[in-house]
Design a protein around this ligand. Sequence first.
Ligand code: DGL
Length: 261
Amino acid sequence: MTPTRIGILDSGVGGLSVLREIRNLLPSSPLHYVGDSAWCPYGNKDPQTIRERVVEITDYLLSHGAGIIVIACNSATIHAVGHLRATYPVPIVGMEPGVKPAAEKSRAGIVGVLATEASIAGEKFHQLVSRHAQGVRVITRPCPRFVELVESGVLSGSEAEAAIDEILTPILETGADAIVLGCTHYPFLRSIIEARLPDSVFVIDTGVAVARRVESQLPARGNGENVASIQIETTGDLDHLKKLLPTLLPHVECETSHCAI
Ligand code: DGL
């Protein structure tokens, strides 16, 4: 059986933090990624615009052979996953900020959720909080600067540290002991985020859980002997993407191209 081609999308390069987990778990599944960098960020867009872009990219991935779609973007999942599941006959895997594991694990009962403005405003996000964080104080903070940093390949240094401190300091002052990385761009800053947290505070990222979900929904797997291809496309600047990839996905071989949609 030919292994299913996995179509993955995000507003930009953030979803590559999910792609790397899928690659680790399913090395013989071909991956096709579209980063919508020409429209990045989604975080400040209205729900309809986000949905239209996600539909456009999904159509593109399906027309290029994807047999499963991974929305490697919390904002896009919150505003488009219902529509996609009602529209397309293939499995659609989405992702949401890890409020549930954070609320379960927090001893302080105070959780900081870093996510985009679009995610935090979404009805689905409010349902997530009321369903899984009863009795827990949830502090939400949009971090558009983190997205800009990752899109420009700045993953360390004083500029990134200052942006992180500005967000984390007021959250830590509340006594929160859990920080949820509720946007797929943020895991690329995880090591410097963790370095700036006290040991008592833990970080939640759902990338690995999403990869497991993809595995469970995958129509056909490879036999594990062959390492499959990875195609990474951007709607933005291809030269910029090529410069970023060695930093974001070191030692991962992939083909790159521009996607004109
Ligand atoms: N990576 C995205 C997410 O998970 C969105 C970032 C943005 O475009 O604002 O929400």
